[in-house]
Design a protein around this ligand. Structure first.
Ligand code: MCU
Length: 413
């Protein structure tokens, strides 16, 4: 499959065996896409250099390889397609996610985890706080909070607070290249702030794997964050397969919204955040992405496929439709389309959406608690709950699926 037209000289275009399991290659811990192509080099097609030459105004088909358009028919095909989608996001939108650095170790004391990472003669040290629950039994499930968690902490669950701004600053567009990630990898590294955060979260998990005295059950990890940090939570959950449950909260455009739908909303006179705006505002995305924000339809992906990277693990999208800036129609349309990947993998109820208004931004409302509990109890507490939750309080906010989806959902064997 990897024939002419493929940029073999561009490392970021070549799918290596580890690409399907980005973020976990160091530890040997099993990801969930353990098919042949995640284990053997060169079993997956590489990304063609002409991946952005076609225009598609609709949401691209997650079940069709970008190169020759060949269909995804099996779970093994999906493992390769997943690796391809990972590479597409890294190449065109988020920058490259480095794996485990040359040296990595850590310590834990007084609720504080210290991570020491070194690469090419440079080293950094960063910390995360771990708040253990006052009930339940060790080892505890844990929620990693990107910049803190703003969902109610469930009983018996620990919270790991990740200082994402320390890893990669996100004050404004001038924050590019600032933060510990860039001290290690250089200020010109292609990783956007969100990719740098994902890297940091993976290193926290790496180090926890070496510290069995920390009473955290690493098979029961969630990641959350709100607003800009919700975008980061979705990216971390998409790229780190050791996270069992991903909970982006009110992440809006750039997170659970799709660029194409947000552009259409904007064209309809709705003042919502678009790709063109977002790259001016902050450094959440790579510098490469700026080349595409005014021609989004050439991108061979959109954020329904970022949701798809999380499958078959748990994904619960919390949103607040009261803020037009977040793009309620875009979020609903994008994420409900994202559920199709979970359907194809026969785990439709591993992804839920709850879009409920009537509350301030990032103030979790009590009327979403039961939805959240269902996901927490299933993915962090091993209970059998009903997670068939696709809920909005606005009839989809105008999203018409047939305007956006021109492909069907295969049943992947
Ligand atoms: C929803 O996340 C962002 C949004 O993308 C920005 O445009 C806005 O300025 O800030 C939001 C946020 O992070 O609020 C805390």
């Amino acid at each position: 499959l990897a024939t002419e037209g493929h940029a073999h000289d561009e490392p970021q275009f070549v799918l290596r065996s580890t690409d399907a399991i980005a973020g976990e290659k160091s530890t040997g811990s099993k990801g969930q896409s353990g098919s042949r192509c995640s284990k053997h080099a060169l079993a997956c097609p590489s990304i063609p250099s002409n991946a952005t030459t076609k225009t598609n105004a609709k949401l691209p088909n997650p079940f069709s390889f970008v190169g020759d358009g060949s269909p995804v028919r099996t779970k093994e095909d999906w493992a390769c397609r997943r690796a391809e989608i990972s590479q597409l996001f890294q190449t065109y939108e988020l920058g490259t996610l480095p794996g485990r650095p040359q040296s990595l170790n850590g310590t834990y004391s007084g609720g504080r985890l210290t991570v020491n990472a070194g690469e090419n003669g440079k080293s950094i040290s960063f910390q995360a706080t771990i708040t253990l629950p006052s009930s339940g039994s060790a080892p505890y499930p844990a929620i990693i909070g990107v910049g803190g968690s703003s969902i109610p902490t469930p009983s018996g669950v620990a919270v790991i607070t990740f200082n994402n701004n320390d890893m990669a600053l996100q004050n404004n567009a001038d924050s590019r290249g600032q933060g510990k990630f860039y001290q290690l990898y250089g200020a010109n590294h292609s990783a956007s702030s969100m990719m740098a955060w994902a890297w940091g979260i993976s290193r926290i998990i790496d180090v926890l794997e070496t510290l069995p005295q920390v009473p955290i059950d690493l098979s029961r990890l969630a990641v959350t964050g709100c607003s800009r940090n919700g975008k980061g939570a979705l990216v971390a959950g998409a790229f780190e397969e050791r996270i069992a449950l991903t909970i982006p909260q009110e992440s809006g455009s750039g997170g659970s919204g799709c660029w194409r739908i947000s552009d259409a909303m904007f064209a309809d006179g709705i003042v919502t955040q678009t790709a063109s705006e977002i790259v001016q505002e902050n450094v959440w995305f790579s510098t490469a992405f700026a080349n595409y924000v005014d021609k989004v339809p050439v991108l061979p992906f959109d954020h329904h496929m970022l949701a798809g990277l999380v499958a078959p693990r748990g994904l619960f999208v919390i949103d607040n439709p009261d803020y037009v800036w977040l793009g309620p129609e875009s979020v609903w349309g994008c994420m409900s389309t994202g559920t199709k990947v979970f359907q194809a993998l026969d785990v439709a109820d591993h992804m839920g959406i709850s879009q409920v208004g009537g509350h301030a931004h990032c103030n979790f409302p009590s009327n979403q608690q039961a939805d959240l509990d269902a996901f927490i109890n299933k993915f962090l507490k091993g209970q059998q709950t009903n997670t068939n939750i696709l809920r909005n309080d606005g009839n989809g906010y105008g999203f018409v699926e047939s305007d956006w989806v021109d492909w069907s959902v295969p049943k992947l064997e």
